[in-house]
Design a protein around this ligand. Structure first.
Ligand code: 2AM
Length: 175
């Protein structure tokens, strides 16, 4: 049985992604590492990992029926995941609406036999990988406000030198 590596994410508009790429460039002199391509920047809501192709089709068909309450995220800090050597951008505090979106998504996914991970939700956008220093830059740039109203289902293919992401479905904004 073939599998597809899937995740649900919030995808920034091109201008917001451009601002986040500028955050990455600002951090690179002190952090080192490799910047993510601007068009791949995203915030994962639920990482599903490899799922059977039949289930992947089922999720792609069902996702447009999944409603997401619109919300806002203030991106106001850099952080690092030291073990993974990642520099990320994210909210200092997880907004209640975003946590509810994450929890509601996993509740819905349980209906497809998928279980939420045991670790808490840490909303972040990976900016740099393989950083040299496990500390974020001292100063974060001016905060960015992210207004979202939909999420996307993404298939990730491993290629030499990185991953290729393909958006296979998106939720419908709440009326
Ligand atoms: P990362 O950027 O912190 O590595 C595609 O790989 C997306 O899924 C990325 O946003 C990645 O997060 C996330 N991801 C990969 N493996 C994961 C895991 N085991 N748990 C949660 N998210 C994961």
């Amino acid at each position: 049985m073939s599998t597809v590596r899937l995740f649900y994410a919030l995808w920034p508009s091109p201008p917001l992604a451009g601002s986040l790429a500028a955050w990455a460039e600002q951090a690179r002199p002190s952090c080192g590492g490799r910047a993510m391509r601007t068009e791949t920047l995203h915030m994962t809501l639920a990482f599903l990992g490899p799922v059977d192709a039949a289930l992947a089709d089922e999720l792609a068909a069902a996702t447009p029926e999944k409603r997401l309450a619109p919300g806002e995220i203030e991106l106001d800090r850099y952080g690092v995941f030291g073990r993974q050597r990642i520099l990320w951008a994210g909210p200092g505090d997880t907004p209640a609406g975003l946590q509810a979106a994450h929890d509601g998504l996993w509740h819905w996914l349980a209906g497809f036999g998928l279980g939420a991970p045991p670790h808490p939700f840490r909303p972040h956008i990976t900016l740099l990988r393989n950083i040299d220093r496990p500390e974020p830059p001292a100063d974060a740039p001016a905060p960015l406000l992210w207004r979202y109203d939909r999420m996307v289902l993404v298939a990730s293919e491993s290629l030499t030198g990185g991953s290729r992401y393909r958006i296979v479905a998106q939720s419908r904004p709440q009326p």
